[in-house]
Design a protein around this ligand. Structure first.
Ligand SMILES: [Zn+2]
Length: 211
């Protein structure tokens, strides 16, 4: 029980950024509501949209590692997986100091014992996910609870529409948006390298313990 805040917390995460137009839509949502997200970047996309990570950093977003070419890291050799993550961390370090790149989201949520043992950061999964259309997203996002990590994707435009409706409801209900690293800090939990985290509710941490 390390809850250090009375306010319920949400960590909104966006995968596969930067991706052009939809990143701009997410940025305008953040600006409009004064909130932040944790953005998991793909190096191939950074090469296409090299200016966008700057805008995310200026907004107060945290940048995380989602591999350089979005490969399934459990289908790579150990050295290939290492290279995917290192090359991407190198690309992201053009925008933030390397010590601030603290999180990994494995592409396709695919992880195994090899990946967990070789990484130097926690693997961040999620506890509340967008749907395939606006209605499904509204239903799922409406179930978010204190400490949830919310998964959305840059390219999913129906999610933007759902968030436009849902974010003001969360704010009216007193929720505060924090980055994933802020969520760990506010809950007084030190993330473990190779640990697999789903959510950080006030009563403790939800993580995979079977691997
Ligand atoms: Zn992805």
């Amino acid at each position: 029980m390390n809850n250090q805040t009375e306010q319920p917390l949400l960590a909104w995460t966006i995968d596969d950024l930067p991706d052009g137009e939809s990143t701009d839509r997410y940025l305008s949502l953040m600006r409009r509501f004064g909130i932040v997200a944790t953005c998991f970047l793909v190096g191939d996309n950074i090469a296409k949209y090299p200016e966008q990570p700057n805008a995310l950093v200026q907004m107060g977003c945290e940048l995380g590692n989602h591999s350089y070419t979005h490969r399934n890291l459990t289908e790579c050799s150990e050295s290939e997986a290492r290279q995917e993550l290192k090359r991407n961390a190198d690309a992201i370090s053009a925008y933030v100091p390397r010590e601030k790149i603290r999180l990994i989201r494995p592409p396709y949520y695919a992880y195994d014992a090899q990946l967990c043992s070789m990484v130097d950061a926690p693997l961040i999964l999620s506890s509340c996910n967008e749907g395939e259309n606006k209605e499904q997203s509204l239903e799922r996002l409406g179930q978010a609870k204190d400490g949830d990590i919310i998964l959305t994707h840059g390219w999913n435009t129906s999610t933007v529409a759902a968030l436009e409706e849902r974010i003001p409801m969360w704010l009216a209900a007193g929720y505060r948006f924090v980055t994933v690293s802020q969520l760990f800090a506010l809950r007084g939990i030190e993330p473990k390298a190779g640990g697999i985290y789903y959510a950080l509710p006030p009563t403790g941490v939800i993580m995979e313990d079977k691997i």
